[in-house]
Design a protein around this ligand. Structure first.
Ligand SMILES: Nc1ncnc2c1ncn2[C@@H]1O[C@H](COP(=O)(O)OP(=O)(O)OP(=O)(O)O)[C@@H](O)[C@H]1O
Length: 339
């Protein structure tokens, strides 16, 4: 649905040159809720603004719905932009217009008939749960309600894609939850591909199926949310994952840990149905090893269970190897670590 090939973006202002994006390659499939996470200045906003050509790349190709944006005529580009809705951190509503009018703006600009506008706007207000606020003004609404209106306005012209630039960053955790649930409904009920820019890993965990991690203008890691959360590779990704899943042997456990020549410590990661099997029990019954659980965490991501454990094994000869082999056959990813 959205593809970026070898994208570069350089800003030049007076004598200052900023390389905001360097060699970005990215693919968002139809139906994805695709998250882009990174610290401030990583290039996330620049990246998302390339999708609707609010920014143009310095090099590389942006392909949306099979069409290369750079090769499109101005009129085709305008039509394409209508297929892409966007919501913002500070909602960007017109304070002097009613909620009804705010949602109607894209339809008025497209010169739709009045009756059609009324039907569509009322339908959307119903969808966001604010039918009773049609005649209110933005200043009478809470932050969460304003963002709902932002979403309704973005949906007015029936887009195929919804871009969300830090859409929940100004909201408290509970309101964030409700907006994320609404975005999930947008994705499922309207079949809209959603791209979410955020600096909060909990947002990615809550709704995204795929994620790209950005740092200094580059994508340092990307993949399914389960895989990236399960075994993050880059130190920055690890620190983002750490904010939602504790993934370390606690210091107090480390201090009291007794290590012998025969003991080895492994990080175990397992997903899906295998995660609910009592594999450690089976392991201890069937193999000549002592197993000491140093840390265990179970998280639900994308309605799938993800288990991370740190286990200390003790055994003679190649008993530990056999035990590790058993766990790998059960679907676990095993990595030896130093405790
Ligand atoms: N219009 C612009 N002119 C010049 N430099 C810019 C412009 N927009 C962004 N930049 C620079 O490009 C880099 C990436 O900025 P961008 O806003 O894309 O990052 P971000 O990850 O979205 O950060 P934040 O979360 O703080 O918005 C930064 O160094 C920023 O200063």
């Amino acid at each position: 649905m959205i593809e970026m090939r070898s994208i570069h973006k350089t800003y030049k202002r007076k004598n200052i040159t900023t390389e905001a994006l360097k060699e970005i390659n990215l693919q968002v499939e139809e139906g994805d809720i695709f998250g882009v996470i990174g610290y401030s200045g990583a290039g996330k906003s620049t990246l998302v603004r390339l999708v609707n050509y609010l920014e143009r790349p310095t090099g590389g190709k942006v392909i949306v719905d099979g069409q290369e944006l750079d090769k499109m005529s101005d009129s085709k580009l305008r039509a394409m932009k209508k297929q892409i809705g966007m919501i913002f951190q500070h909602f960007n509503l017109l304070e002097s217009k009613t909620i009804f009018d705010n949602v109607a703006i894209p339809l008025i600009l497209s010169k739709k008939p009045k009756a059609e506008i009324k039907k569509r706007v009322m339908e959307l207000l119903e969808f966001i749960g604010l039918s009773d606020k049609a005649k209110s003004y933005p200043k009478e609404l809470s932050g969460g309600q304003k963002q709902r209106v932002g979403i309704a306005r973005a949906l007015a012209s029936n887009p195929k894609i919804l871009l969300c630039d830090e859409a929940t960053s100004a909201l408290d955790p509970q309101t964030t939850q409700s907006i994320l649930q609404l975005l999930k409904r947008v994705n499922q009920e309207y079949n809209i591909t959603v791209m979410i820019i955020t600096h909060e890993m909990s947002v990615i965990q809550e709704v995204c199926n795929r994620v790209a991690v950005m740092e200094a203008g580059e994508i340092i890691e990307q993949g399914s949310v389960l895989d990236v959360f399960g075994h993050p590779q880059h130190p920055t990704t690890k620190s983002f994952v750490q904010t939602v899943i504790h993934n370390n042997i606690p210091e107090s456990v480390k201090r009291t840990l007794k290590q012998t020549d025969n003991s080895r410590v492994f990080r175990l990661e397992i997903q899906g149905d295998s995660a609910s099997e009592p594999i450690v029990n089976q392991l201890m019954k069937n193999y000549e090893v002592e197993v000491n659980i140093l840390f265990a965490n179970m998280t639900e991501i994308q309605e799938t269970t993800l288990v991370i454990m740190y286990l200390q094994f003790e055994g003679a000869g190649n008993d530990v190897e056999k035990a590790i082999q058993f766990l790998v056959e059960k679907g676990a990813n095993m990595e030896e670590v130093t405790a």
